[in-house]
Structure formats: C-alpha cells, structure tokens
Design a protein around this ligand. Structure first.
Ligand code: ZN
Length: 301
C-alpha cells in the first residue's frame, strides 16, 4: 500500500464554525469582476480549533499569501454536502480565491500520518487547486504543538493545497525520471536549486523516490533536502524553511512570487553529516488516488 486512502468513518466533525480570509481583496459574491490585489486564501474550519491553533494556521496562510500572488478567476460552487469529503458543507456561492477546509479527525492514532490533504477541485485554466481539504490527526495535534512542529506541518499541507501536488504539475509535463529518480523540471525551481545545491549532480529538482510512485509523490527528496518545508518528513527541532526552490516551483506553476519571503536555506545532504534526527512522516499525506474535479472559471464559460 503505497498511497494514502482517506477513511472517513471516524471523522469527527463539529460543524462549520468560522471563516478566515486574509488580505481579502474580492467579495466572493462579486463574480468574475476584477482581480484581487493579492492571493487570498479562504480558510473554513470544520472543527473547533483553539485560538493558539488558529493563530498558527493564520500565520501559515499569511506567509503563503505574502510569497505568492495569483488571480485565479471566479468559480461557481454549487455542490451538495459531502460532495468531496465526509463533513463537507453544502456550497452555493461564487468564489474568487482558493478555499481550504480544515478539520481535526482520527487518522491513524499517534504518530504515523500527521495530516491528510485532499484536492477537491482544480482550475481547468491552470491546474491550480480551488477547493481543498486538510484533515489533522487529533491523536497527534497536541504533540505537534508541544514539539513545535505544528507550524511546519500546517504550512506544508497548505503548500499542497496551493499546487504542490501531482494534480497540478503532472498535466503540465513538469516531471521526469520515472519511479527510480523522479524530478521536477520547472526552470525556476531548477535555477534556484542550482544556486543553493550545486553539489548535487543528479537530475533536478529531485522528488521523493522512496514511495515507489515516482513523480506522483509531491515531496522534495528527503535525503537531499533535509528539513526543507516540502519534504515528506518532519522532526522535532527542524525549521521547515520555505526555500526559494519551493517558491521557484510555484513560479513555474504560474504564480507571481516574492522571493524575499523565503527563509534562508541551503541544500545540504541529510546523511552527509551528523544530521540524522528522529522524525515522523508526512509521506502519503496527499490523496493521489482520486483525481480532483476540474473546475471551469466563470470568465471562461
Ligand atoms: Zn506532504
């Protein structure tokens, strides 16, 4: 079993609670008129989150919205409840930015998977996700907070919902290397990788190869990237830096990017020194079995 399967039978939902919209530049009822000045991300909580948890999520969203800009266009959401995942509310609105549902539920008990992300709909115009769902494992949430890894985990999962996933890059033919040596071939990510990891002589930019699913695994290769934000592992004490390589990835996918938002980061071989640390996994945290629906922007109809 190499890929994650969503199981919803134990999903604990507490009802639609609140919505956070950072730097909102567009009224979701306005339809296709006028692009927003910034990327906006609409976060809707489907569980009860503490104020501290919400502040961490808000900070993660804020970091991504400072780094990335994009006019997604407007979309008509008219879906019954549970259309994409169990507990999804009925949607009946026009929307002009990515929408992310976040809940807390039972995934697999302590350790194991910390979170799961499912892409519900991607844009037919640019393959970028429009509706996504992040489920955090309630058995791991307290330990993530205590260990200081929650910020990295939620920032990582949001990265998947913004386009760091095979549903966004595979249709653009931005990968190669098969299952043995998968890599992302976007020009900007490659250029940034070369600046910070010139020692690496393989095909760039290396995606995770251990899962056996080749470029379907949406993570940078752990043994090459170490603690970078978008590897499939996270450890206590790691910084989970958002690198210019990852921002280059998003530029290759069509975002405007502010590279000054990136954290300092150099590609250092994980096992080249004394950097082996206990870690837990974010592997298989993106549902790659069920392809997301393709949504057509209103302005394209
Ligand atoms: Zn991941």
């Amino acid at each position: 079993m190499l890929r994650a399967v969503f199981t919803f039978k134990h999903l604990a939902l507490f009802g639609f609670s609140t919505s956070v919209c950072l730097a909102c530049g567009a009224d979701s009822s306005q339809g296709p008129s006028g692009p927003p000045p910034h990327l906006t991300i609409d976060v809707r909580y489907l569980s009860t989150f503490t104020a501290q948890q919400q502040s961490v999520i808000t900070a993660a969203v804020d970091k991504w919205t400072r780094a990335l800009s994009k006019d997604f266009g407007s979309f008509r959401f008219d879906y019954p409840a549970n259309a994409c995942f169990t507990g999804e509310p009925r949607l009946n609105e026009n929307h002009h930015n990515p929408l992310i549902f976040i809940s807390i539920g039972e995934i697999d008990g302590p350790n194991g998977s910390l979170a799961l992300t499912k892409l519900c709909g991607i844009s037919g115009r640019d393959t970028l996700p429009i509706i996504s769902y992040i489920q955090l494992d309630q058995a791991d949430l307290a330990s993530m907070e205590a260990q200081g890894t929650f910020r990295g985990v939620i920032t990582h999962e949001i990265g998947h919902t913004l386009g760091f996933n095979p549903g966004s890059y595979l249709p653009r033919n931005l990968t190669g290397g098969g299952t043995a040596d998968p890599y992302f071939s976007g020009a900007t990510a490659r250029a940034e990788f070369t600046k910070h990891g010139a020692w690496y002589t393989g095909a760039t930019v290396p995606l995770e190869s251990r899962s056996g699913i080749g470029p379907n695994d949406p993570h940078w290769r752990y043994i090459v990237f170490g603690d970078e934000l978008m590897v499939g592992e996270i450890a206590v004490g790691t910084r989970s830096p958002l690198s210019t390589i990852t921002l280059g990835y998003f530029k290759d996918l069509g975002y405007e990017v502010d590279f000054s938002v990136a954290d300092s980061y150099e590609v250092v071989p994980l096992f080249g020194g004394n950097r082996v640390v206990p870690h837990v996994t974010l592997a298989h945290d993106v549902d790659t079995i069920e392809p997301p629906a393709v949504l057509i922007p209103l302005s394209s109809r």
